[in-house]
Ligand binder design. Sequence first.
Ligand code: ATP
Ligand code: SF4
Ligand code: MG
Length: 368
Amino acid sequence: MTPARVAAERAGTDGAAAEGTADPVGRPGPAPTPGADDVVLRLRDLVVEFPAGGGRTVHAVSGINLEVRRGETLGLVGESGCGKSTTGRAIMQLPRPTGGSVEFEGRDLAALSAAELREVRPKLQMIFQDPISSLNPRRRIPDIVGDPLVVWGRGDERARIVPEVLSAVGLDPEQVADRRPHQFSGGQCQRVSIARALVLDPEVLICDEPVSALDVSVQAQILNLLEDMKARYGLTLVFIAHDLGVVRNISDRVAVMYLGRICEVGTTEALFDHPVHPYTRLLVSSIPSMETVTDADLEKADRARGEMPSPVDPPSGCRFRTRCPLATERCAAEEPPMREVAPGRFTACHHPLLDSPPPDSPPAPEDA
Ligand SMILES: Nc1ncnc2c1ncn2[C@@H]1O[C@H](COP(=O)(O)OP(=O)(O)OP(=O)(O)O)[C@@H](O)[C@H]1O
Ligand code: SF4
Ligand SMILES: [Mg+2]
């Protein structure tokens, strides 16, 4: 039983999407086991910048390197404005990044022509925070869910696929046939968004704060639905959120972002139990209890930590240095490179917190 399933049961909800095992998009079998050797997405030196007026630049994402393994759920966390959504959109090539590359199944998406990118795009789908506003209010639910099939020239498959995928996400195709989004709750609209994302048979689902706008009990249902869909269709999830409790529940591994850069990457348990980057430690220590954390707790902790600097004028060296209790002169002078400090555990810090490492960790690397 997964932690998300536990959370749903604690909340008194079943979280199940639908009975039956039919595969509406024709891809049977369970999710593959996540493996380090099967990388489905690889971000290399990814850079996204925006013009900020007056000749200035917003450095939203500044040289990210990250791997997403087939079949895993990778959580992407960090406070508001650190570049999570920009990273998600850059993976989708919406818009194409300023620099670096996004490789999907070994192909550099930036190097593809518009026609080639169009072929790949159905394999990468995204769902968003506000399900109601992301659905066209004038269209009926089956049309909303079936539209991507029409756009991709598979309109004749709508009658077969749309009812099947609606059932898979826990909606009765007959009951929703004449309904429009405003007749549904936020949780039901998120089910519609997930159905729409699934009709094109994706490999990767990028979930950008998919439960942040929902009540806690509904959050648990949607998290369980995502886990069910992941298992049923063999999906890989990139799960973006600022709520650490949610990310801890659903993720196999977690990447922590701060001001456009990745600070730390590791398995969920190791990262939460033994944070090695000072920013991760600050984030983790701000959670009073994983079971009882509220938005008010998170806001209070955010205020206590102070303001993140502007991405228009980020600090030199380590971008976290203006808020880091361990900062030294070296931190202002040199950008810390990402290093593997334990198997599968990466951090970008000149002075990582390796004084009480996990028992199977190797000795701390030389800090020249
Ligand atoms: N189109 C844009 N033009 C200019 N600046 C942008 C644009 N999109 C994002 N930004 C800026 O890039 C930075 C990163 O934004 P992003 O939305 O990726 O952050 P986030 O981590 O998703 O935040 P949140 O948790 O609030 O959703 C922010 O400073 C934001 O203002
Ligand atoms: S590199 Fe320096 S400033 Fe940055 S997190 Fe590590 S100790 Fe803190
Ligand atoms: Mg965002």
